[in-house]
Design a protein around this ligand. Structure first.
Ligand SMILES: NC(=O)c1ccc[n+]([C@@H]2O[C@H](COP(=O)([O-])OP(=O)(O)OC[C@H]3O[C@@H](n4cnc5c(N)ncnc54)[C@H](O)[C@@H]3O)[C@@H](O)[C@H]2O)c1
Length: 357
């Protein structure tokens, strides 16, 4: 990489699911990457394979406190993303989004760095417009159990927009829709990890409601590609952009697909819907396609197969397993799942295995 294109890049939440993939991609591209994380939901295992790279640095830090570093770009991903995690300490969740945004925008302003906020489709709440385009203002409950996350992210967007209007900070806002892939937390209570964990344990898959509510699922490699394209797009680019996958599937369909990919012989059982659970969520990706030339490329079947393979390897006794993983996968289910998945887990998984070996 030419020296002038080599950047110093800060990734907050870099030890988490998305952050670790992003760090890996940026390190591979030759940038100097500073990963900042307080390990609330992220783990050192997610970035263990990067620790020996001379252009990678890890700092334990909570973004609710100010940070003084010299960088050219900031990706602000720090925030627990799954309801089970962000509802554990809702006050801290709001603080992470709001104080975190203030601290990092202050840093961006001081050092004249470009800064990207990992926002979320949750800013649309339980939407009355389908698919959701960026001009839709959302339908969000301000006092519900999901509000610490939804409203925290909405306030972060407000801060980003005001730092742009008031201080001309070079901002980017990515509204990320459901993303899945290797290194997602097995106990995060989200649908893909729930289903895979249950299927691999030989348990019935729990579908909340009747399973006709829809979601769209984006594979992590596609998402990271979208984040980098957004960061690298010419300035100014202050308006939010949806990133996700527009292929809408019902929760029932995804349950059946997980059963197919894992080869598990398990039934589907139904339970009541959690509070404020949106019925339908699907991105309008027109803006991302037009301004970034980006659209997701990985099919659900392919992405699921790679994710299942990661979960199987994670549970295998010969592989170092971070805490909280599935306790064990029956041998026959493991065998069927491995042979159903393609040989490639993704660069991330492969390199992680090499380092751990
Ligand atoms: N994964 C998705 O489907 C999805 C969808 C929409 C938005 N997002 C956003 O993308 C970002 C990353 O999500 P993820 O799925 O990787 O979640 P994750 O929980 O795996 O990662 C979040 C990371 O932030 C760290 N963190 C939390 N609070 C912190 C704090 N106060 N200071 C420093 N670090 C802190 C955690 O330890 C973790 O490593 C989040 O901001 C999330 O809101 C994710």
């Amino acid at each position: 990489m030419k020296e002038y294109s080599r950047k110093r890049i800060l990734v907050t939440g870099g030890a988490g699911f998305l952050g670790s993939h992003l760090c890996e991609r940026l390190v591979t591209a030759g940038h100097d990457v500073l990963c900042v994380d307080n390990f609330y939901t992220g783990t050192k295992d997610n970035i263990a394979h990067l620790l020996d790279a001379p252009n990678f640095e890890m700092m334990r830090h909570d973004v609710t406190f100010p940070l003084y570093v010299e960088v050219d770009e900031i990706y602000n991903l720090a925030c627990p993303a799954s309801p089970v995690h962000y509802q554990q300490d809702p006050v801290q969740t709001t603080k992470t989004s709001v104080h975190g945004a203030i601290n990092l925008l202050g840093l961006a302003k001081r050092v004249k760095a470009r800064i990207l906020q990992a926002s979320t489709s949750e800013v649309y709440g339980d939407p009355s417009v389908h698919p959701q385009h960026e001009q839709y203002w959302g339908n969000v409950n301000p006092i519900g159990v999901r509000s610490c996350y939804d409203e925290g992210k909405r306030c972060a967007e407000t801060l980003f927009a005001d730092y742009y209007r008031q201080h001309r900070v070079d901002i980017r806002i990515a509204r990320i829709f459901n993303t899945y892939g290797p290194r997602m937390h097995p106990a995060d209570g989200r649908v893909v990890s729930n289903f895979i964990t249950q299927a691999l344990a030989g348990e019935a898959l729990t579908v909340y409601g009747d399973g006709t509510q829809t979601r769209s699922f984006c594979y992590v490699d596609d998402l990271v590609d979208g984040l980098i394209r957004l960061m690298e797009a010419p300035s100014p680019f202050a308006e939010p952009v949806n990133l996700g996958n527009a292929a809408e599937v019902t929760i029932g369909e995804i349950a059946r697909e997980v059963i197919r990919v894992t080869g598990a012989r398990v039934p589907i059982q139904h339970a009541s819907l959690p509070a404020d659970d949106p019925r339908q969520r699907c991105p309008d990706l027109t803006l991302a396609a037009r301004r970034l030339g980006w659209s997701p490329a990985t099919t659900l079947a392919d992405g699921l197969a790679r994710t299942v393979r990661y979960f199987v390897q994670r549970a295998a006794p010969s592989v170092h397993r971070p805490p909280g993983g599935p306790s064990g996968v029956p041998a026959d289910v493991q065998q069927r799942a491995v042979s159903a998945a393609p040989a490639r887990v993704g660069q991330a998984g492969e390199r992680a295995q090499q380092v751990r070996a």
